[in-house]
Design a protein around this ligand. Structure first.
Ligand code: ADP
Ligand code: MG
Length: 399
């Protein structure tokens, strides 16, 4: 049985392959009261009705994903309270087909999460020449710059629902594809410490190397956040998870974390043009490499990329600068200031980290859908420039 604090998953399955498709609830009434009373922002509470639940509760996608699986984390949050922070949506996709199999829930959830985006989602735009002039950003405040997206490979359930065997098969396909990358992108795959699924490195990398990669912001952390646990994305950890990176650790691909793939370009300093151009090349190279081994990506004509979390669908793009803004980040209206400019600020060590008092924030675009990649990166560039200007005003006022 899996548990963490007040949360536990008592689901009993005959085989490990079944955990991806549990029926957690019997009736809407099982959770209706808790859901109705759930405090704070929770899109699932606002959209899900008894009629909808009854229509979908006995359905499964072709890969076996139940409706219950998709809403599990939202119900956990309703029952355990806001401290069980699975995010504002309360829904994840067990596979890409969930979007079209359960449309009466999924469409309004996606539309609400993305603030009524322009649909169909526009085609990709990876033209670095269309980025804003980055010299509007005072580089003294910028530690590093990063752009990431996610990609899903057809034929596999997404991380909430994937089985151990499927995860291993996906790792094999993806690492095979990554090994065909050349030039600046060429590198190696490093399975997590203790992972036994990758033959060339049968026990994974050593723990110190793994810890250093995490500390240096290259690698994801071991899952202990509510969202990952409620949807059971920690199953079979650490097997078949890992990171591909080039020598300079400027082009990176995460395998089997919150998405099948996370594709990342990053470097020290504020040169977003260089980071974005490398990102574009890496995305194209990874997509081509996957297709060359006979695999398609899950891209919906309506919503763009389908990833595990509705909030990431569309471009999947999060462009961020790690900036030092001790005065602005301490202002009571800081969060709202960022939200007004379509920015999100995370603490200096990732989504789960409490905003530490080091004055450092990872500031990124908050939107993902209805706008193309260049537009979203430009929102980040403009927003960071404005944020640094605000920091300077506060510095001047403090003197
Ligand atoms: P993601 O949305 O990519 O999953 P997370 O919040 O989980 O992002 O963070 C993953 C890692 O990426 C963390 O170590 C985080 O500090 C790091 N990171 C994010 N943006 C930057 C940046 N601009 N420079 C350096 N590291 C970054
Ligand atoms: Mg993350």
């Amino acid at each position: 049985m899996a548990s963490h604090g007040d949360w536990k998953d008592e689901t009993i399955c005959q085989s490990s392959g079944e955990i991806h498709a549990p029926r957690y609830f019997k009736e809407f009434e099982d959770f209706a009261e808790a859901l109705g009373k759930a405090p704070g922002e929770l899109i699932l509470r606002d959209v899900l009705t008894k009629e909808m639940y009854d229509r979908y509760k006995d359905e499964k996608t072709a890969l076996g994903v139940t409706f219950d699986k998709c809403i599990k984390g939202g119900i956990d949050k309703a029952r355990l309270g806001e401290k069980w922070n699975v995010g504002k949506v309360g829904v994840l996709f067990g596979d890409a087909e969930c979007v079209t199999k359960y449309p009466d829930l999924m469409h309004p959830v996606i539309v609400a999460r993305h603030g009524n985006p322009h649909l169909p989602h526009p085609p990709p735009n990876l033209e670095g020449s269309q980025l804003m002039d980055q010299s509007i950003i005072d580089e003294k405040y910028v530690i590093s710059t990063r752009v990431r997206t996610g990609r899903s490979i057809s034929g596999f359930p997404l991380p909430p629902s994937i089985s151990a065997d499927q995860r291993k098969e996906l790792e094999g396909i993806v690492t095979g594809a990554l090994q065909t990358l050349t030039g600046e992108m060429s590198g190696d795959y490093y399975p997590l410490a203790g992972s036994t699924t990758y033959a060339a490195k049968p026990i994974g990398i050593d723990k110190e190397t793994e810890e250093r990669l995490i500390k240096d912001h290259f690698l994801f952390q071991e899952p202990d956040e509510p969202m990952l646990l409620s949807w059971r994305m920690e199953r079979d950890w650490p097997h078949a998870r890992g990171i591909y990176h080039n020598n300079d650790k400027t082009a990176l691909v995460w395998v089997n974390e919150e998405d099948h793939l996370r594709i990342i370009s990053m470097q020290q300093g504020h040169d977003i043009r260089a980071v974005f151009d490398r990102f574009a090349a890496l995305v194209r190279a990874v997509e081509t490499a996957c297709k060359s081994v006979g695999r398609e990506l899950e891209i919906s004509p309506m919503y763009g990329n389908i990833l595990s979390c509705p909030s990431n669908c569309g471009t999947g793009l999060r462009a961020s600068m790690m900036i030092k803004i001790p005065l602005a980040s301490a202002q009571p209206n800081f969060k709202q200031w960022c939200a007004d400019r379509k920015l999100q600020a995370r603490g200096s060590s990732g989504f789960a980290s409490g905003a530490k008092d080091d004055g450092i924030r990872d500031v990124s675009n908050v939107d993902r859908m209805g706008k193309d990649e260049v537009t979203l990166v430009n929102e980040m560039i403009k927003g960071v420039a404005d944020l640094i200007a605000w920091e300077k005003q506060l510095e001047a006022a403090a003197k």
